[in-house]
Design a protein around this ligand. Structure first.
Ligand SMILES: [Fe+2]
Length: 243
């Protein structure tokens, strides 16, 4: 029976064990029990009802996004790692942080589908019903220091979300020098893959908004601010600055 530390050691990951503390706030649905049998990745349940984010994010979109799109990433990820027991035992963020350790034959599948699983597991939690609207305490101070003000942050984050060509994400992330940045990623790539901690992220794939907003991404991005869970973002920030 191998525990997680032993699996990581077998993959040569002991040297980076310290960076693995940046994601415990994320529910990925994956069992933490290392029983010796393959523990497939699973879709975590939404932390709220499907209609909880109405009128900003509609229930039908949430059903399709969570039950179909996220489920497809998980199904395809499990297929990709089915013949690689050592991979299937790793938390999904460990997996995508070290794609160079993933066999080339399944690397693209793990990047796209492991990325999709990690990003969506994060995304469900970065939203909530009755959002407080703005960050508080230490994250609010850090945002003000970096972007001048909350509205300064909003302006830059919106610009980033609107700039993604095709499918991808916009993020507020923290680097290893504890500097906040706004960045974008194509497809299902993420700050994790570059060694940074995501604090906040918006999915700007059309499947995230097309049913309600059609091609008007700007309205969807504006609505996203109404559902941000700043408590979750703050928890991510607190984890990041401990690294
Ligand atoms: Fe999505």
């Amino acid at each position: 029976m191998l525990d997680r530390r032993e699996v990581m050691k077998a993959m040569g990951l002991t040297a980076i064990a310290g960076v693995c503390g940046v994601y415990p706030a994320i529910a990925t649905g994956q069992s933490t029990q290392m029983s010796g049998s393959i523990t497939p990745y699973t879709v975590p349940p939404l932390p709220y009802e499907y209609d909880a984010l109405e009128p900003y994010i509609d229930a039908q979109t949430m059903h399709l996004h969570h039950d179909k799109h996220h489920a497809a990433y998980v199904k395809n990820l499990n297929a990709a790692v089915a013949d690689h027991l050592e991979l299937s035992r790793l938390p999904v963020v460990d997996l995508i942080q070290h794609l160079d350790r993933v066999p080339e034959s399944v690397r693209t599948a793990v990047r796209n589908n492991g990325g999709g699983h990690a990003n969506h597991s994060f995304f469900w939690q970065v939203m909530q019903k009755n959002s407080p609207g703005q960050p508080k305490a230490e994250l609010a101070k850090a945002i003000d220091a970096r972007f001048g003000s909350f509205s300064g942050f909003q302006e830059q984050f919106t610009k980033a979300a609107m700039s993604v060509f095709g499918s991808g994400w916009a993020w507020l992330s923290l680097d290893d020098k504890h500097q906040l940045s706004i960045e974008t990623s194509p497809n299902q790539d993420s700050p994790w893959m570059a060694g940074r901690t995501p604090i906040l992220g918006i999915d700007v794939w059309e499947h995230a908004y097309y049913l309600k907003y059609q091609n008007v991404r700007a309205d969807y991005v504006a609505a996203f601010y109404k559902v941000i869970s700043w408590d979750f973002a703050t928890a991510q920030y607190q984890l990041g600055i401990k690294q």
